[in-house]
Ligand binder design. Sequence first.
Ligand SMILES: Nc1ncnc2c1ncn2[C@@H]1O[C@H](COP(=O)(O)OP(=O)(O)OP(=O)(O)O)[C@@H](O)[C@H]1O
Ligand SMILES: [Mg+2]
Length: 503
Amino acid sequence: MATLADLTSDHTDLDAEQVAYLHDLIGSWGLLADLSFADLFLYGRSADSSEPTLILLGHVRPTTGTTLYRADLVGQVFEQRRRSLIADCFDRSETVAGTANEEVDGGLDILAVPVRRQGETVAVLARERASSQSRPSSEQERTYLKVFERFATMLQRGQFPYRDEARLRHRTPRVGDGLLLVDEEGRIEFASPNAVSVMHRLGMHRGIIGARFVDTGLGASILRNAFARRTTVIDEMERGNEVAIVSHCFPLFDREHPTGAIVLVRDVTELRRRDRQLVSKDTTIREVHHRVKNNLQTISSLLRLQGRRLRSDEARAALFESIRRIGAISVVHETLAQSADDDVAFVDIVRPLVRVVEESVSSPLRPVAFDVEGDAGILPAQVTTTLAVVLTELLQNAVDHAFPVAPDGGEPDDGATVAIRLNRRSDGLTLSVVDNGVGPPDDFRLEDATGLGLTIVKTFVEGELGGSITLSPVVRGRGTVAEVQVPATRLVGVRDEAQEPLA
Ligand SMILES: Nc1ncnc2c1ncn2[C@@H]1O[C@H](COP(=O)(O)OP(=O)(O)OP(=O)(O)O)[C@@H](O)[C@H]1O
Ligand SMILES: [Mg+2]
């Protein structure tokens, strides 16, 4: 679908500031559609002066009424005679009202309003509704239509859309949320049924009409600021945990003179309550990670105690290896306990993992330098835990097997290094551990490896991460490269997919 920017640059000679102005209009014109119970269209005119054409730049349907147009018409180009009223409005640069009969039974009422900026007509806003629906049937309709007319006048004087408009993060309020019309003295002239409900929540049960806006509890400054800054002002009031209301104030002007305002009010009490719950859930999750880490440390201590009582060296070694593996998982929980959410930058846990392995390098005669390159980005907690165990095994293997002490007890290799390389791409993650040691044994085949370390690695990488692993000699030079590939599909958390703005 073509954007406003595409359409204006393809069909009109509007400059960047004029297009930005139309963007602002489209950012808040849902309000105008709601107030007029009708479809609104935005037309631009082509630059070609010999045979100008009209281009439909935008369309908004009302949430207060039914649309006449189900199809998406945006981007259509019309000859001027097919939309003569719009062309007329462009030519005269003033509001034109009329009827058209072609498209709807009983005819259409059309109101074309020039969108003027700094004296120049940059577009035309057209309101279209069935003639049969043009007669207002209630006080509410009459009020809304009159407010629409005030906005239309501001539109052609270049006072709407407002400059430097304050914007809500997620959703502009619609008229259905609750509308208060305030007069030039700051008294409430009209309140829609939903606005009345909001007033009730604020403890105002009668005498809403005629009350001063400052007495509603919605904040005294919002009106004042809106008039002073001549633009929309958004405010949120919260009374304890019981009630939270967002108000969105649109000041109305007759030339320089403020004539009143509409304030859209929305009850967000329930939303804020959910926000608070989410926040406290986050702290709960962190607390859980903290406890898991503590429990893992307790398990390690128990195993250590038991290990000390064992006489068989083999059994002792096995227990101490388990302690090391548990240590790797504990590192992840410690990091998660400190992080604000459930995802962590993997690189942050590589250092602590290296430390776990370093502790097992008993002989100071065999120093090994560890080096981390690249970045793995943010990973979900579960993937991080799995990869942490995998990485620890690979590091441990490098330390255990790559740099054997020479049988004659001679000088150890100096310059033993182990590099951890991380590479995150759009198609996945590569994690490699490269050492400059003796390389894998000649007859080594990963498929046949029966050691516990590589069995854990294979199970985790292939089973849990849906990835692959290779272990081979360094191509040029000496040493071993262990390379783990994880596909991108496994690197996103459940949260990433389900994330949606709440308000
Ligand atoms: N970086 C390396 N350099 C040289 N040989 C390696 C390297 N990594 C693995 N190997 C070889 O692969 C074998 C299998 O490794 P694996 O981790 O499965 O078992 P292990 O280390 O012998 O025992 P465990 O990990 O259960 O304590 C090792 O015994 C070693 O021969
Ligand atoms: Mg091993």
